[in-house]
Ligand binder design. Structure first.
Ligand code: F6P
Length: 445
């Protein structure tokens, strides 16, 4: 069952020549990816990941999730970047928009996040919320050495042990990390936590379909089997090089637009549930392509909300942008606009219409306005928001990212630039081993 469709008719005309010319490099990039002989090919574990996920792993994850769901009102996912964004993207796309404001129901914990920032208030306020509450922790770090999650884990581990007792805490903590390396692996082994492995050949931003994403998603009560089935379907759809392959179409077109001066891609949603999906997408493309002085800048907006803040810029600002719109065909719930006898607001012409009918006309009107204003518009239509569709969409963007990165001529699977801030931070904090860097950076201040 095909759940996502890509429509390029309102974008391709902006870069028709480049799009045609890019066919060869798209085929080459796809072949390089399939043959595993390009840069970063040690990190291609995601390519056939969906179809290689065993039933045994799914069952084990569901079992762990059931234990946490049974014993916790809150599950705190500790991780940053690819170690939390995929889970948050799927969970918030599938959850009630106000889920976090309802009291936790038995066997249905709230999934919360920590270690994705170094906010002192954020951390202290989460501690306040969890005081006296039944909670568990999923700590996720591929390297097992990232500072932000390490700080959070130190704090929430101690809190859990104090509240539940050290022995009980062990059953409430699950670690997802490298099979052998890293401080988190050592700690988990020492403490006897249940652990899951992030495969060596799957980078953080490509890891949502490993236990990194699957465990928190299962804890939130969603069907990971369906998510994986959706991804498998897209793995098959996008398996072979062809002009019809949606992955090739998207990778080829965004590169053509980039070559024609469109340096910024805005991922647009008309459904606020997809806000965090865009955050996941931003890391995927930003960390993969932004290197060697190249790369489309990935941005995101929520429409119509941001039409009232960013709409002016998009309509009339510098013509260096294109839009990729995620459009959900059908909302899961029907709500119609009521009639009002006084009609003081003048919107009785909308009475009886579904809210989504207005949304869809806003979407169409925006597309026409933006295309007329020089903004190419790629549309990705999702049949509905469910696990199956999201699984397809995740794999679609992952594979397109690999193809697109190779077309751009960079290694899409490393992230050397992220180390610069870390090195300076460690030097400024006088981390042992950084003495020279400390001296050098302090001389600059
Ligand atoms: O899972 P880890 O190793 O803690 O890394 C988290 C994130 O940090 C980065 O390594 C960047 O520092 C990302 O690539 C990654 O998603």
């Amino acid at each position: 069952m095909k759940s996502i469709e890509i429509n390029i008719q309102d974008a391709v005309s902006f870069a028709e020549k480049q799009y045609k010319a890019n066919r060869t490099s798209a085929v080459e990039a796809m072949t390089t990816l399939h043959e595993g002989n390009g840069e970063g090919s040690d990190f291609l574990g995601w390519l056939h990941l969906p179809s290689s996920i065993s039933q045994e792993l799914i069952d084990r994850i569901n079992k762990t999730a059931a234990r946490l769901r049974e014993n916790c009102d809150y599950v705190v996912c500790i991780g940053i970047g690819g170690s939390y964004l995929g889970a948050k993207a799927v969970i918030s796309a599938l959850s009630d928009s106000f889920a976090d404001l309802y009291a936790p129901a038995p066997h249905n914990p709230k999934v919360l996040y920590a270690g994705q920032n170094i906010g002192e208030e954020y951390t202290a306020e989460l501690e306040k919320l969890l005081t006296g509450k039944k909670f568990g922790i999923i700590v996720i770090s591929k390297s097992g050495t990232t500072t932000e999650p390490a700080i959070a884990f130190r704090i929430f581990k101690e809190m859990l042990e104090n509240q539940a007792g050290k022995e009980a805490a062990k059953d409430l903590i699950v670690a997802v990390t490298d099979e052998k390396k890293g401080a988190l692996r050592t700690l988990a082994t020492q403490e006897g936590y249940e652990t899951y492995v992030i495969p060596d050949n799957v980078g953080g931003r490509f890891s949502v379909l490993t236990p990194v994403g699957l465990l928190p998603i299962a804890c939130a009560g969603f069907d990971i089997q369906k998510l994986v089935a959706g991804a498998v379907e897209m793995e098959n759809t996008a398996a072979h090089e062809s002009e019809e392959n949606p992955v090739e179409v998207y990778a080829r077109l965004r590169n053509a637009l980039y070559q024609s001066g469109k340096k910024i891609e805005i991922l647009v949603n008309f459904n606020p549930k997809l806000h965090y999906f865009a955050e996941w997408w931003k890391q995927l493309y930003g960390e993969s392509e932004g290197k060697d002085g190249k790369g489309i800048f990935p941005a995101a907006v929520d429409f119509t909300t941001d039409l009232h803040s960013m709409g002016q810029w998009i309509q009339e600002g510098e013509r260096t942008i294109f839009e990729t719109v995620l459009s959900v065909k059908k909302p899961a719930i029907t709500r119609r606009i009521p009639e009002d006898a006084a009609n003081l607001d003048g919107i009785n012409y909308l009475s009886g219409k579904r809210i989504d009918e207005v949304n869809k006309m806003a979407e169409l009107g925006t597309k026409i306005a933006h295309v007329d204003g020089g903004v190419p518009n790629i549309k990705i239509e999702l049949a509905k928001l469910d696990e199956h569709t999201l699984g397809q969409l995740i794999y679609f963007f992952e594979k397109a990212c690999g193809v697109s990165g190779y077309m751009l001529g960079i290694n899409p699977f490393n992230q050397p630039g992220v180390e610069a801030y870390k090195k300076n931070m460690f030097a400024l904090l006088e981390k042992p081993g950084y003495e020279k860097e400390t001296e050098a950076i302090k001389a600059k201040l």
